[in-house]
Design a protein around this ligand. Structure first.
Ligand SMILES: *[C@@H]1O[C@H](CO)[C@@H](O)[C@H](O)[C@H]1NC(C)=O
Length: 424
């Protein structure tokens, strides 16, 4: 007796023609499960494959870290430069101008990465008059140096307030932490603006993986040296940013805040043990090194010979720091200069490589400031008053504090903010 009602009896498998010869059926499709399978075979197979891939991916993530990304020259050669950016911030006209000077250097030195500027959101890019320097500089940054403008509520730190110290002091240097928010990029290099970039440093984007990489504050007596935040290579991450922000909101010691080095303390606390160290030589040379007599810390070895000419030739970044000399946008007083300039081994006659280089670095900064921003230097403060205050302990002995001179720089001429005919 034939088995009736057997589901596949009408369409036995062995008689299936090979798929390539299956004529395309017209009309209403059959409800037969095999037919359904055949119609949707590709879809089902793709589905299974996707599930398998997803399963493998989850397992891979749980089991072992992803293979390391390429680093060094190999990575640089095939880099997608839209994944890398320099990040600077401005809080006033001076820092804006100096940030633009760094962007100018990046462009001149052939940097291939993107450029981002954080600035107070109440500024605008509508040039209202010939002396509206902030707007002019923002427009110029965007137009001439391809800077992406990021209006932001600038972060600051209020120190702990006590009844005897009710005054608000703040430290806006924590604004550099905005670099962490640029998660659109694989890596971001933050740069302070009181420095001169002498060579392209794009290779730092291809350091081995590390949440943060910074050079050591080699000039500090404390060993191992803490890390300095004047140059930071970060892997952007909102998780890191929020953790740091939470610290900031919790407040900081008055003294640290006044010395404007809360950012450094914060970063050393969190990354001191895990950060990748960028060698200070040639990435973080201080101008003050040319006034020093003992160069062991910078050179990294007792045996190494100091040669000012070759040191400046190899240096890629020089940071202005000659406390209590003011920063380079403030002029020198004759007394201050006589006391502070490199002493050429005690000879006040003639000159030496150290003194020549040191002066050139300052002159170079002032020239660029005039060329790029059309801003003159601030007048020199009274040297005796300045150093007198230091002796009375009114100023902190931190390089970040130096040059906090009150006053407005005089503008000269005006910056052409009319977009020129050419497209770039
Ligand atoms: C120079 O400085 C280093 C530390 O950076 C120190 O170990 C060394 O003794 C110093 N040399 C002289 C001659 O003072």
């Amino acid at each position: 007796m034939p088995v009736r009602g057997r589901r596949y009896s009408d369409d036995p498998l062995p008689y299936f023609p090979p798929p390539a010869y299956t004529p395309r059926k017209r009309g209403r499709p059959s409800n037969n499960p095999i037919a359904i399978f055949r119609r949707n075979r590709t879809l089902i197979l793709v589905g299974c494959f996707v599930l398998l891939v997803l399963w493998r991916l989850t397992r891979a993530r749980n089991a072992s870290p992803p293979p390391p990304k390429l680093t060094g020259a190999a990575a640089m050669a095939k880099a997608d430069w839209s994944k890398y950016a320099y990040s600077l911030y401005a809080t006033d006209t001076a820092t804006l101008c100096h940030a633009v000077m760094v962007f100018e250097a990046l462009q001149r030195l052939g940097s291939k990465a993107e450029r981002v500027l954080f600035y107070p959101r109440h500024w605008d890019t509508l040039v209202s008059s010939a002396t509206d320097r902030d707007s002019q500089l923002l427009v110029m940054a965007r137009r001439d140096y391809k800077v992406v403008l990021m209006p932001t509520k600038i972060m600051n730190v209020f120190g702990y307030r006590t009844p005897d110290k009710p005054k608000k002091t703040w430290d806006e240097s924590v604004s550099k932490l905005f670099a962490f928010t640029l998660t659109h990029f694989d890596r971001v290099i933050h740069l302070d603006s009181d420095l001169t970039l002498l060579q392209n440093i794009d290779e730092l984007f291809f350091l081995p993986q590390a949440t943060v990489a910074m050079p050591p504050a080699y000039w500090q007596a404390e060993t191992p040296h803490p890390l300095t935040s004047l140059l930071m290579v970060v892997e952007p991450s909102m998780r890191e940013f929020n953790a740091l922000k939470a610290q900031i909101d919790a407040g900081a010691e008055q003294e640290t805040v006044e010395a404007r080095k809360y950012d450094m303390e914060l970063l050393n606390e969190r990354y001191g043990q895990t950060a990748l160290t960028i060698p200070q030589r040639p990435y973080a040379l201080l101008t003050g090194e040319f006034r020093n007599h003992n160069h062991t810390a910078y050179l990294g070895s007792e045996e190494m010979e100091w040669d000012a000419e070759s040191i400046i030739k190899e240096a890629k970044l020089v940071h202005f720091s000659d406390w209590p000399m003011p920063k380079p946008w403030v002029l020198w007083s004759a007394e201050g200069l006589a006391e502070m300039q490199p002493d050429c081994g005690g000879s006040h006659e003639g000159s030496c490589a150290e003194r020549r280089i040191w002066k050139q670095l300052y002159d170079g900064f002032r020239e660029k400031r005039k060329d790029v921003c059309k801003l003159l230097s601030l007048p020199a403060p009274d040297w005796f008053e300045l150093t007198g205050k230091i002796k009375e302990g009114e100023m902190h002995s931190d390089p970040g504090q130096q040059g906090k001179i009150k006053g407005e720089a005089e503008s000269i001429g005006h910056i052409d903010t009319v977009t020129r005919g050419h497209t770039s």
